[in-house]
Design a protein around this ligand. Structure first.
Ligand SMILES: [Zn+2]
Length: 76
């Protein structure tokens, strides 16, 4: 199940989407998050890497890139 973007928190550390520390695509909040997975959005390269390593350790890495959660929202 894809985590819904309206939760709007980093799935690794819980940083809110509108926090100054959150990394956006091209640095613009309107462009959506710069990092995400099939489980939700990620605030930074650090959390993206932590998430990847955790999923690799769990053996739950996805075979394909996760769809952009904000694109999914637009088409709903
Ligand atoms: Zn984070």
């Amino acid at each position: 199940m894809l985590a819904r973007p309206e939760t709007k928190r980093c799935i690794e550390c819980g940083t809110p989407y509108d926090d100054a520390a959150f990394h956006y695509w091209e640095g613009r909040v309107a462009n959506g998050p710069a990092y995400w997975s099939d489980r939700g959005i990620l605030c930074s390269p650090r959390c993206s890497l932590a998430h990847h390593q955790r999923r690799a350790a769990e053996g739950t890495l996805a075979d394909a890139p996760a769809p952009d959660p904000f694109q999914l929202t637009r088409f709903r």
